[in-house]
Design a binder for this molecule. Structure first.
Ligand SMILES: [Zn+2]
Length: 303
């Protein structure tokens, strides 16, 4: 089990009052250091231009990388570019690449990428929803291109729908995307009827849903879809904003629900993926919930 991070990810500033703030990552790192003092920490390298271009357009790279702002600049209503954002985005994407290399060369079976900015809302052409580059999609494309994988499953339990990941892969049968999320929350996509080329599985949950509904959704619908796909590599978009304490959403999960879903996914990885499983931090905006939930998640990955 390895944990990838980089100090540059703390230098992506978003301004006073913004929920996607550096303190989030500090909270995760402190909690993991306390709970897992002997964990194998790894420095996340930068992603290369070629690795980013497997997913994103030249214009997208230019917007994020080529014109570092001297002060905070809004890319849309809630997505901010700061002087440190380009480096943070490069290392966040690079974490997933390095983790893919590590699991594919048997240096570890499992990895967690404690990075920011998050990624699952970023589309091929557009930074949005606090996300600059789609870190999980960049990791998946690296695994396909470099290691020739033919079946990669992405499980996304962030409370928001991973619209960017879905849009990037909806015509790509080598990637399955399975997501639970709160219905009619930002970005207002992720209906069950959105099925891509038969590779997209969405389960929108009503506001107020808690552990029972969440576990039923994964047990009855999303995990069976992943099992039937027989993935060679399992990736997780690990957002912890479906926690009951989270200020941005209205689901009612507790830290032990993240332990549960992570164990379920590890069991699938053990059967089909030679144990290979990589998780990347997405959302989660209450620092207490984020610390507890990320520890529960990593506890389950460490078993
Ligand atoms: Zn989210």
């Amino acid at each position: 089990m390895q944990v990838y991070t980089h100090p540059a990810c703390l230098a992506h500033e978003t301004g006073p009052g913004h929920p996607e703030r550096p303190g989030r990552l500090n909270s995760v790192l402190r909690a993991l250091e306390n709970a897992h003092p002997t964990i194998d920490w790894q420095q996340a390298p930068r992603a290369s231009r070629g690795q980013l271009l497997r997913v994103h357009s030249e214009q997208q790279l230019e917007q994020v990388l080529e014109h570092p702002p001297v002060e905070l600049t809004l890319l849309d209503a809630d997505t901010v570019l700061s002087p440190g954002s380009a480096e943070a985005a490069l290392h966040a994407a690079g974490a997933g690449i390095a983790a893919v290399n590590a699991v594919m060369t048997q240096r570890t079976e499992r990895a967690f990428c404690a990075v920011r900015p998050p990624g699952h809302h970023a589309t091929q052409n557009r930074a949005m929803g606090f996300c600059l580059f789609n870190n999980i999609a960049i990791a998946a494309c690296h695994a396909i291109d470099v290691y020739g994988l033919e079946r990669i499953a992405i499980a996304d339990f962030d409370v928001h729908h991973g619209n960017g990941t879905q849009a990037i892969f909806e015509h790509e049968p080598r990637v399955l995307f399975a997501s639970s999320h709160q219905w009619q929350l930002f970005p207002d996509s992720g209906a069950r009827s959105e099925t891509g080329c038969g590779n997209i599985f969405n389960d929108p949950l009503p506001e107020g849903s808690g552990s029972t509904v969440f576990r039923a959704s994964w047990s009855e619908r999303l995990l069976p879809a992943i099992r039937a796909f027989k993935p060679q590599l399992l990736l997780i978009s690990a957002g912890f904003d479906a926690h009951a304490r989270d200020p941005l959403a209205g689901l009612k999960l507790e830290a032990n629900d993240y332990y549960w879903i992570t164990r379920q996914l590890c069991e699938i990885a053990d059967i089909y993926c030679s144990g290979r499983i990589i998780s990347m931090l997405e959302g989660g905006y209450d620092l207490v919930a984020l610390a507890e939930s990320s520890v529960a998640h990593v506890d389950a990955l460490c078993i």
